[in-house]
Design a protein around this ligand. Structure first.
Ligand code: Q9C
Ligand code: ZN
Length: 334
């Protein structure tokens, strides 16, 4: 009989509720990255595997400072202080260096898109989400057991000095930094539907990055044609063919896992997005996973030698999320 799985739940995300996502243009769609996602995933995990839930209220200021540039963090603080209570901020001018601009224009040097608004509660929520990742990693290091970080907002699109794709701070690499400190090796395995272009920036020998994702040219993050991420050291990227389906997906996941074997990590941070589900509306190139697919994914992780930190990224079908999370947890139970 397995013991309960320890889960870390950030609380500040409840107040992070942007209304609009302009990434497909005007009129905007309703912001899909909603608070109910976390409750749904947690309820699903609880049905698949008993959880011991720790509520996290602190903010990971220091851990975030270790990953993200000072002027970026300063901007996020400044814009938060400048916002009216009901405001959501989106920059209007995008250049590489707007450091001389007033705060409302400075944001355009730290994002490349109009789909990720900042509200007065957003940055506190993002720091709290990063803290959930950090606490889960610390707990895993101390106990030698698996853990869950119910992060919201997500993090894998956040780079050293860049936000976007509903992400502000890179939760997975906050956790990986803790787990690889002092000579450990932590592989970050990203199974979110989207390529984690932020995570790619943090890949290192101690914390290599592996990702299986939909075509990043046809889908978000809509990479720059000059992007060199595929050739960077310690980065292993697999683009899924459109319409790949469960069996094709699992075969490609097995290939990635075989390459994870070669880095001899002690721990894995699983950037787990449920947006590969067939019912998720965010996909332009359907992957088509179903509950048995998530269960099989969980079972593959359960067979790993490494300890696993399951960390929430995307997944926007609020109605289906609990079922997918339950299936994953049933497969993963060990
Ligand atoms: N029509 C994460 O899953 N907009 N971010 C897509 C598709 C951005 C997703 C619009 C998607 C970002 C963490
Ligand atoms: Zn995603």
């Amino acid at each position: 009989m397995s013991s309960p799985l320890r889960a870390f739940l950030p609380v500040a995300h409840e107040d992070h509720r942007p209304r609009w996502d302009f990434s497909d243009g005007y009129p905007p769609i309703e912001y899909p990255e909603v608070p109910a996602r976390v409750a749904a995933v947690m309820a699903g995990f609880e049905r698949g595997w008993e959880l011991t839930v720790e509520r996290v209220t602190a903010e990971a200021e220091d851990a975030v400072a270790g990953l993200h540039d000072a002027d970026y963090r300063e901007f996020l603080g400044d814009i938060t202080a400048a916002l009216q209570p009901d405001e959501e901020y989106i920059p209007s001018i995008f250049h590489g260096d707007l450091s001389k601009a007033t705060v409302r224009f400075r944001g355009g040097m730290f994002t490349a898109e109009i789909g990720t608004p900042i509200t007065p509660a957003t940055i506190a929520a993002a720091l709290n989400s990063a803290e959930a990742a950090r606490r889960a990693a610390e707990w895993m290091r101390a106990s030698g057991e698996d853990a869950v970080a119910l992060c919201r907002p997500p993090g894998h699109h956040a780079g050293r000095r860049r936000y976007g794709g509903y992400c502000f701070f890179n939760n997975a690499y906050v956790a990986a930094s803790v787990l690889s400190a002092g000579g450990g090796r932590c592989a970050v395995l990203d199974v979110d539907y989207h390529l984690g272009d932020g995570s790619v920036e943090f890949a290192s020998e101690q914390a290599p990055y592996f990702s299986l994702h939909a075509d990043p040219w046809a889908n978000y993050p809509h990479l720059d044609a000059r992007w060199d991420g595929y050739r960077r050291p310690h980065v292993d990227l697999t683009d899924l063919p459109a319409g790949v389906g469960r069996d094709g997906y699992l075969a490609l996941l097995d290939d990635v896992l075989a390459r994870v074997d070669t880095v001899a990590a002690d721990t894995i941070v699983l950037s787990l997005g449920f947006d590969t589900a067939a019912t998720d509306g965010i996909q332009d190139a359907p992957v088509g996973l179903d509950a048995p697919g998530f269960e099989a994914m969980g079972a593959r992780l359960a067979r790993r030698r490494e300890r696993v930190l399951i960390l929430l990224e995307g997944g926007y079908d609020v109605t289906g999320l609990a079922g997918y999370a339950e299936a994953f947890a049933r497969g993963f139970r060990r």
